[in-house]
Design a protein around this ligand. Structure first.
Ligand code: GLN
Length: 208
């Protein structure tokens, strides 16, 4: 439950932003669709949903939201990226050095990394939702990326077949799958707690 009156923004340029809104609203949070710099000014956190990361990158640059999000993030705004959103947050994209991303987490991601034969699948995976104990969440993977390398200060929250599928760096959270497409809101509640506390843990300094 939101006791802070903060608003969670959901980037609504492309992709499955409505599903994220529904989950946060179900948890009692106010949400706002973010399409402009002005929208961004009125929110306290930002979700970057799944979609298509090259398109998302182009749209962000065209509107100038890329620099704006970076600035807010460096001022401490919590960020949550799922799937294409994870790719947008990554500092490096494997084999695609030319693809623009926000470079806000010290991770290297591989796109469409689970192979073209199995583009989409669902499975139960262990997830560290706070503390050291693992819980099982249902993962919906849709042409999902995974993390191939993590830098200093990046906490691994979930592994699937030894592949890193969820990471946190300070108040930035990135997940390769789609928790918004299940009835389980615990991953969103985990992010909401980050927003609520407003605290920045771990190394979240601006990346060089
Ligand atoms: N495959 C997409 C990309 O690389 C991400 C897919 C998704 O967000 N569901 O951009």
């Amino acid at each position: 439950m939101n006791t802070t009156q903060k608003t969670i923004g959901v980037l609504a340029l492309q992709g499955d932003f409505e599903a994220h809104k529904r989950v946060f609203e179900g948890l009692g949070w106010k949400t706002e669709e973010v399409r402009t710099k002005r929208d961004l000014d009125s929110v306290d956190a930002l979700v970057i949903p799944g979609g298509e990361s090259t398109t998302l990158g182009k749209l962000l640059a065209r509107i100038g939201l890329d620099t704006e999000i970076t600035q807010r993030a460096n001022e401490g705004m919590p960020l949550f990226g799922t799937c294409a959103g994870m790719i947008m947050l990554a500092k490096r994209i494997q084999d695609r050095p030319e693809q623009p991303s926000l470079q806000l987490m010290d991770i290297t991601v591989a796109r469409n990394a689970f192979g073209r034969q199995v583009e989409s699948f669902e499975t139960d995976i262990p997830f560290r939702l706070g503390g050291d104990s693992e819980t099982i969440v249902h993962g919906v993977f849709i042409r999902a990326p995974y993390v191939v390398e993590t830098g200093k200060g990046v906490e691994i929250l979930s592994l699937f077949h030894d592949k890193i599928v969820a990471v946190r760096q300070g108040n930035r959270l990135a997940i390769a799958f789609h928790p918004e497409l299940t009835n389980d809101s615990r991953v969103h509640a985990y992010f909401a707690k980050m927003v609520e506390s407003g605290s920045i843990t771990g190394d979240c300094s601006p990346l060089p």
